[in-house]
Structure formats: structure tokens, C-alpha cells
Design a protein around this ligand. Structure first.
Ligand SMILES: Cc1ncc(COP(=O)(O)O)c(C=O)c1O
Length: 429
């Protein structure tokens, strides 16, 4: 069966709306470390996927999964060591105030549960999110998904604020004035919830604003917002579904800001591809919720999922992947800045650990987004055997976010290919 046949079959079985990457979709059959292989045996350097955080099909994770699956897998209404040991090990990676966990299967469910806890506790319904974000696909969480809806939330219980950004700053402001302007927008929406009688439950944001395009956040923004939210009786929820598990060179993305949230939600890399998500919160918050609400998740926290989760923590530690994210991350960032000095189309380069955003613009003075060029570049890179993607309000931000065992040699391959593709993009223009 050719790839075209497969595509037709897929359209027939799954519908044309089921999303696919690339103009010519990729038929991947195998993964190992930072490499993916297509059906013809062609190797692709994976500089995009954060779910296989310790590398595709890492033997330690595969071994842990299969060993536990061959002994027992059940839901969490029985006593089992794995769920206890994993919870202890996971919560130990957070500030000591965040000492209790609840497991789910996806990031969406984790965020959904966080919203329920915040609303239950405050008695209000109002949630603040950013105006270009995605937090998942349940009905409640989808109301916050402003990324696909022109920045507008899907309910009067949700209000969106402009995400903090120094490259395209609000009202052209800078420094502390810029920070305060963004914070004032949060204050305004809290007041609006109160005036409308909706009440304020909390604010849910990614601490590094990954889906917004990894902007450089004005100093002090999260600290000031945390104070405001708490003063107003709300909970601060950080969605670490993308930012967490070492991505930024810190175990958790929020550690960059030094702000400790009330709830942290988790997913994607947590099981290196095995579906496990969850949240970590203060015991007082989770107990306060559970005392009134029976929350049960059939698959969340099962012994196999917890075995996978523990193996991920083992590999992050044993292979010193946070150190690697910092050192190789710095090396890639230098390389990307070098490319910016050679290619006018790169308006801004941003990075945290092994997570990078390149904002492509039609010209640097106007900062007019180069969305079409970004699309061509992502496809060109794939043809050259390097996988990246794009994100941002104008789809003009290249998103580079490889598995963490990414070495300097891999980085050189990424940078050389990007340079060559930028040259051919310019020649074609
Ligand atoms: C920041 C963030 N939160 C939550 C989710 C939802 O996670 P899931 O697809 O596992 O439900 C995503 C998925 O892309 C995400 O990027």
C-alpha cells in the first residue's frame, strides 16, 4: 500500500479533519533516541517531539512497562506500591508545599480536574487564561482554548488576557511599565468576574507560555499575577504539560520564575509516550475537594502507568538530562542567534533549555509575521530529514523542542539543515 493509498484510507476511516503534519504526511514506523524512521528506512532527526522526553522507545521505560504489564494492571481502588512510590518521588521534585497528587490519563483531564478544584474551592466560576493558548480538549477546558478561536474564550466563565511578550509588547511599552500593563489586564478581568456575579476561581496558564510561542516574559510578571490572583481568592494553576519534566533545563518550567503555584498539571512527557497525566497540589486543596466530590479515573495512576512514570524519573536522573538540556540548549541557542545574524527573516530567537522559538518576519522593522515562509520552512526541513513545527498567533514561530538526549552533534545537524533551508527559502523568494 502506497502512502497515497494510506492517506485515502485514513480519510475514509478517520475523516479529512483528523490533523496531520506536513504537506506530504510522514509514515513513521520506528523510533529510537532522537531518531524516527519512515517506511522506506529514511532517518529523521526529531527536533520536535517532547512526549518521548527521554528518547523514543527508551529501553528503561519499555522494560518497566512490559515487566509491570506482565504482572498486574488494575485501577487505583486497590492498594499498590507503584502509585505510592511514584507519588512520593514525583511530589519530591516540587516545592514542599505541593505534596499530594491525583493521576489522570491526559493533560486535558488534569486541567479539567484543576478547574473543578478551583471552582469548588472558591464558589466562583471565573477562570482567566491567555489569549493564544491551548489547554486540552474536554468541554470545560476547550472553553480556554483561545488558540483556534481568534483569542476568544468559549464561555462567559472564561476571560482571556494578552499573553506577556517583550517582542510584540502591549501598547509598545517596555520594562516595568510593560509588566504592569499586562498585570493590569489580569486585575481588570478579575474585577469583571466579580461585577458580573460570576465570581473568580483562578488563573490557568503555562508558566513558559509554550503554545503562545515561548515569548520572553517581562520580569516579575508571574510574581505580580500570583499575588493578585491569591488576593482575589483564586488559585494559580500552572499547566506544565509542555514545560515540565526537564524541558527548560529545570525540572519544572515555573522554577524559572520562582513562583510556586497552587496546582500544577502534568501530561505529555510524564510516561514518555504512555498516556499518564495528573496534578500536584497542596494536600489541603485536594482533600478539600475529595471530601465533597468522588473523583475517580479508571486508568489514571494504574500500576503500569506509574512504572512508566518512575522509569522516566530514573532516566532523567541517571542520564543527567536536565544538565544536558541546559548545556546543549545553550549551544543551540548560540547557533540560532548566529543564524539570525545571517538571515533577515529571523526576527527573534528565544529559548529555555531544549525549547526554542524562532519568530519569522517579513522584515525586522515592521515585524510583519512570515506565516507562509514558516510553513515552507517546516516542510523543507522535513524533506531534509529534520522534524520541527510551528506555533504562535500568526503561525510564524518555528517550534524546536527535541527529546532531551539531544547532543551537540544532533544540534549541528539541526543548525546546518536550518541554515541550508533558510538559504533555499531566500533563493526561492
Ligand atoms: C499546554 C498543554 N496543556 C494541555 C494539553 C492537553 O493535553 P492532552 O492532549 O494530553 O489532553 C496540551 C496538548 O497539546 C498542551 O499543549
Amino acid at each position: 500500500m502506497t502512502d497515497m493509498d494510506m492517506l485515502e484510507r485514513r480519510y475514509r476511516l478517520m475523516g479529512r479533519g483528523a490533523p496531520l503534519f506536513y504537506d506530504t504526511p510522514l509514515h513513521i514506523v520506528r523510533g529510537e533516541g532522537v531518531w524516527l524512521y519512515d517506511a522506506d528506512g529514511k532517518a529523521y532527526l526529531d527536533a520536535y517531539n517532547n512526549v518521548p522526553v527521554v528518547g523514543h522507545c527508551h529501553p528503561a521505560v519499555v522494560g518497566a512497562l512490559s515487566r509491570q504489564a506482565s504482572v498486574l494492571n488494575v485501577h487505583t481502588r486497590y492498594l499498590h506500591d507503584n502509585v505510592l512510590e511514584y507519588t512520593e518521588r514525583l511530589t519530591a521534585t516540587f516545592d514542599e508545599s505541593l505534596d499530594m497528587a491525583c493521576f489522570t490519563c491526559t493533560g486535558s483531564e488534569a486541567n479539567d480536574l484543576a478547574l473543578r478544584i478551583a471552582r469548588h474551592r472558591s464558589g466562583g466560576m471565573g477562570i482567566i487564561c491567555s489569549d493564544n493558548t491551548y489547554h486540552g480538549n474536554s468541554t470545560a477546558v476547550n472553553e480556554l482554548s483561545t488558540m483556534f478561536d481568534g483569542g476568544r474564550p468559549g464561555s462567559r466563565n472564561v476571560r482571556a488576557v494578552p499573553f506577556p511578550d517583550t517582542y510584540r509588547p502591549l501598547d509598545g511599552l517596555q520594562g516595568e511599565a510593560l509588566c504592569d500593563a499586562y498585570v493590569a489586564r489580569v486585575a481588570r478581568e478579575i474585577a469583571a468576574f466579580k461585577e458580573e456575579g460570576i465570581g473568580f476561581a483562578g488563573m490557568l496558564v503555562c508558566p513558559i507560555f509554550a503554545n503562545e510561542g515561548l515569548p520572553n516574559v517581562p520580569d516579575g510578571y508571574l510574581r505580580k499575577v500570583a499575588a493578585l490572583v491569591r488576593e482575589a481568592g483564586g488559585l494559580l494553576i500552572f499547566d506544565e504539560v509542555q514545560a515540565g519534566f526537564g524541558r527548560t533545563g529545570n525540572m519544572w518550567g515555573h522554577q524559572i520564575s520562582g513562583v510556586v503555584p497552587d496546582i500544577v498539571t502534568l501530561g505529555k512527557p510524564m510516561g514518555n509516550g504512555h498516556p499518564i497525566g495528573g496534578l500536584v497540589a497542596r494536600a489541603e486543596l485536594l482533600n478539600g475537594f475529595r471530601d465533597h466530590v468522588m473523583y475517580f479515573n479508571t486508568f489514571g495512576g494504574n500500576p503500569v502507568s506509574c512504572a512508566a512514570g518512575m522509569a522516566v524519573l530514573d532516566v532523567l536522573r541517571d542520564e543527567r538530562l536536565l544538565d544536558n538540556a541546559r548545556s546543549v540548549g545553550g549551544y543551540v541557542l548560540d547557533g540560532l542567534q548566529r543564524l539570525q545574524s545571517l538571515h533577515e527573516v529571523i526576527g527573534d530567537v528565544r529559548g529555555q533549555g531544549l525549547f526554542f522559538a524562532l519568530e519569522l518576519v517579513q522584515d525586522r522593522a515592521s515585524k510583519k509575521p512570515a506565516g507562509a515562509a514558516s510553513k515552507r520552512l517546516v516542510n523543507l526541513m522535513k524533506e531534509q530529514g529534520v522534524l520541527i513545527s510551528r506555533v504562535g498567533r500568526h503561525d510564524n514561530v518555528l517550534k524546536i523542542r527535541p527529546p532531551l538526549p539531544f547532543s551537540r552533534e544532533h544540534a549541528d545537524r539541526l543548525l546546518e539543515t536550518l541554515d541550508a533551508c533558510l538559504v533555499s527559502l531566500r533563493s526561492a523568494a
